[in-house]
Design a protein around this ligand. Structure first.
Ligand SMILES: [Ca+2]
Ligand SMILES: [Ca+2]
Length: 305
């Protein structure tokens, strides 16, 4: 617990945080520099050759990348890995410290920056904050059935750049999704996958069309089923095994390379290791240790540029 206690001490401000923990949250949209560069670009009226046109181009390598984090429910602590190295780039506190809380992260207001959030299974409550800094919540609402073991997920279900929330009912393998931060009925509901077999729901933009869809992960088999549609059905678009296997393994999803497509990963809590599948098409994996071992934590991913 020593490492964790030091984290808590730093949060409480008992001593000045070291530089590694003092990284400020970027308040400006990550796209601001790109927008300004595009606005400043002066396309030549009559370019002599395409090579001489100095127009700004938005290349795939410029897309924001996802990084991973761990949420410690007991302290309400979000520990977020710096995207460029293995240090703890950001620590923030959000939530009541209730052990049942699950972490969420997404762009709740369409500014291109991700904020954090929490889902409380006992009450069916979602609490979302538009940034990764301090302060209260920006959205708070009830959605879905409370206390029935439903699992939360997030995604941009309509491709407008603003993430919504969703729930998965393991008992019937039903997904319930909404773009609203007011709660109420699901705007999209469908059955996908086998009920009651220990599958964990996921969401991501697997094909890069800007719309997020769902997937399922089986920890015992290390099996991923990804699907690009939000409707009833058993058909899958991608099926593959990845990462270590075992009941305790937890999936994460993110765009680890800034490709514009969501890929997957696995968090091994016993080893304190993340295994990221670097591209949506497979290829190499990135494995690293992050966070203290042996303290119950939920993994999540967030875009932080
Ligand atoms: Ca949306
Ligand atoms: Ca998609």
């Amino acid at each position: 617990m020593g490492w964790f206690s030091k984290l808590l001490d730093k949060l409480r401000g008992d001593r000045p945080p070291p530089d590694a923990l003092a990284e400020p949250v970027v308040e400006e949209s990550p796209f601001q520099a790109l927008i300004e560069a595009e606005a400043d670009a002066q396309p030549a009226a009559e370019p002599e050759s395409p090579e001489e046109v100095d127009a700004f181009q938005f290349g795939p390598q410029r897309m924001p990348r996802s990084t991973v984090g761990l949420f410690y429910p007991g302290g309400g602590i979000f520990l977020i890995r710096h995207p460029e190295d293995n240090r703890a780039g950001l620590i923030c506190q959000f939530g009541s410290g209730h052990e049942g809380l699950r972490p969420l992260a997404g762009d709740w207001n369409g500014d291109g920056l991700h904020g954090i959030g929490l889902y409380e299974p006992d009450s069916g409550g979602f609490v979302l904050r538009n940034n990764m800094g301090g302060g209260g919540s920006d959205h708070q609402f009830q959605f879905g059935s409370a206390g029935e073991g439903w699992l939360p997920l997030i995604g941009d279900w309509d491709g407008d750049g603003i993430y919504g929330v969703g729930l998965y009912n393991p008992a019937n393998s039903a997904f319930y999704l909404t773009n609203s931060f007011e709660g109420g009925d699901a705007q999209i509901a469908f059955l996908f996958g086998p009920p009651n077999e220990g599958w964990v729901p996921m969401a991501g933009d697997w094909d890069g069309d800007g719309v997020h869809s769902t997937g399922l992960y089986n920890p015992a088999r290390g099996l991923f089923l990804l699907r690009n549609r939000l409707c009833d059905g058993w058909d899958v678009d991608e099926e593959f095994s990845f990462g270590p296997t075992g009941e305790g393994m937890q999936p994460v999803t993110g765009d680890w390379e800034g490709s514009g497509r969501t890929s997957v990963g696995v968090y091994d809590p016993e080893e304190g290791e993340f295994h990221l599948r670097l591209t949506a098409d497979g290829g190499s994996a990135k494995v690293f240790s992050f966070g203290p071992k042996g303290i119950p934590a939920w993994p999540f991913s967030v875009i932080w540029v």
